[in-house]
Design a protein around this ligand. Structure first.
Ligand SMILES: *[C@@H]1O[C@H](CO)[C@@H](O)[C@H](O)[C@H]1NC(C)=O
Ligand SMILES: *[C@@H]1O[C@H](CO)[C@@H](O)[C@H](O)[C@H]1NC(C)=O
Ligand SMILES: *[C@@H]1O[C@H](CO)[C@@H](O)[C@H](O)[C@H]1NC(C)=O
Length: 406
């Protein structure tokens, strides 16, 4: 290459780098301050309920919420991997899974205090909000979606709890007028849990209002970042013509805690943390890189956080735009290799069993349809597709047998 060519490509490279930013998304740290190693596996942590913590070690156990050692390790891992992110998105759930009456307000505040402390200590304070605010054309919309939780009896008879939908509508309208781009962050997502068929978190009316909000404002929404599931998944939003208009990224949790939700099998995960790479001009999500701790290995040997996968490499897509995420979904839906890969990532390499045809329907429909009715339609359609898919080889053998006979 000539010197000029080299110089030019360096300039372009610099330009390309300048347009690229990155941020951390961490969620569901769930610190359990009671975690303590013991000879009796039933008393290791309050969050296990009465389940024995048979694999308990320094970094935790799959039936327990995070010991402090795991929290500390995850925050220092972030510092090692990417010490200078543009900002950190932290979407909550800080307290252990124990009955509310066992916790109390003071304990909750202490937990939040300690978690905030360590993040600020390791990533010296203030800097991320400043960078965020100093960036023109960029807005972060933080929604308290706990208001829409179907367990939340306080809001069930309210049309728009805390006026949040109308406020969000206004913020997004202003953003459009100001030609801004917006990231939406929240904790509890709309739609369905991919590990349990027909299990939503929102009540039907709030789910519909959320879908409508995205539908109206998708042109300014560059991404949605949520947690709550502890798993690694995503949700697609489509317009009435079926074109992908928005994606919600569900990031895996730090806590490995196995869910006690009835009907979920193998519902634990390895601790995960995640970097999003984005275009600083348009806020387009360019890539998603997930890092994880193999908890079994960490307890047995050393706590080593490693790269789990890079979205564009693993799913062969150019970026993480809605169009590309739609492609990811279609690959999962139609190709077992991609489905299996997605499935192993879903539990952050914890559940490596085969994703069978029921599993395929659960994951594909949860990712494809946030709307309640459309999700149920998808179950029927994809369920039928699985049956035909299973029958097809048998039918073709039968046909070829008939053909050979004649
Ligand atoms: C947290 O992790 C860092 C880095 O590994 C280590 O130096 C420090 O001692 C840990 N602190 C606690 C309280 O575990
Ligand atoms: C939590 O914060 C309190 C008050 O600042 C402190 O005394 C305590 O050592 C912290 N706990 C941990 C595990 O860092
Ligand atoms: C995690 O570590 C355990 C123990 O070393 C090992 O058996 C297992 O294969 C590891 N899992 C992955 C996904 O690498």
């Amino acid at each position: 290459m000539s010197t000029v060519g080299l110089l030019l490509s360096c300039l372009f490279l610099k330009e390309a780098l300048a347009l690229s930013g990155n941020f951390w998304h961490i969620t569901d740290l769930h610190w359990d301050p009671t975690y303590e190693l013991s000879n009796n596996p039933e008393v290791v942590c309050a969050s296990s309920g009465s389940r024995p913590a048979v694999g308990a070690g320094q970094f935790g156990d799959y039936v327990c919420d995070s010991p402090w050692h795991l929290i500390n390790s995850s925050v220092y891992a972030m510092k090692n991997i990417l010490p200078d992110p543009d900002f950190i998105v932290w979407t909550g759930d800080d307290t252990p899974h124990v009955p509310n009456e066992d916790l109390g307000e003071e304990a909750v505040l202490n937990i939040i205090h300690n978690l905030t402390n360590i993040i600020q200590e390791v990533f010296p304070s203030g800097f991320y909000t400043e960078k965020l605010l100093n960036q023109p054309g960029f807005r972060m919309l933080v929604l308290n979606t706990n208001l829409y939780y179907d367990q939340n009896m306080l809001t069930q008879n309210t049309a728009d709890p805390a006026g949040q939908f109308s406020w969000a509508d206004q913020v997004l309208t202003e953003a459009a007028n100001n030609k801004e781009k917006v990231y939406i962050i929240g904790h509890v997502p709309p739609g369905f849990f991919e590990k349990k068929r027909s299990k939503p978190w929102f009540t039907p009316k709030f789910n519909k209002q959320y879908v409508d909000l995205i539908d109206r404002h998708h042109s300014v929404i560059a991404g949605q970042f949520f947690g709550h599931h502890h798993t690694d998944s995503f949700r697609m939003f489509y317009n009435t013509r079926g074109s992908p208009i928005s994606t919600m990224f569900l990031s895996p949790g730090v806590t490995p805690w196995e869910t006690t939700l009835p009907g979920v099998v193998n519902g634990a995960n390895n601790p995960g943390i995640r970097v999003f790479e984005y275009d600083t001009q348009t806020l387009l999500v360019k890539d998603v890189v997930t890092y994880y701790l193999n908890l079994t290995h960490a307890n047995a040997a050393t706590g080593r956080w490693e790269k789990e996968y890079r979205l564009t490499e693993s799913f062969r897509v150019p970026d993480a735009s809605p169009a590309s995420m739609h492609q990811v979904l279609e690959r999962m839906a139609n190709n077992h290799c991609y489905l299996q890969k997605y499935y192993e990532f879903n539990s952050v390499n914890y559940d490596m069993t085969d994703c069978d045809s029921d599993c395929r329907v659960d994951h594909v429909c949860a990712a494809r349809e946030v709307d309640f009715d459309r999700y149920e339609d998808c179950l029927v359609k994809e369920g039928a597709a699985s049956i035909y898919g299973g029958l097809l080889p048998i039918l073709s053998v039968a046909v070829s047998l008939i053909l050979t006979k004649q």
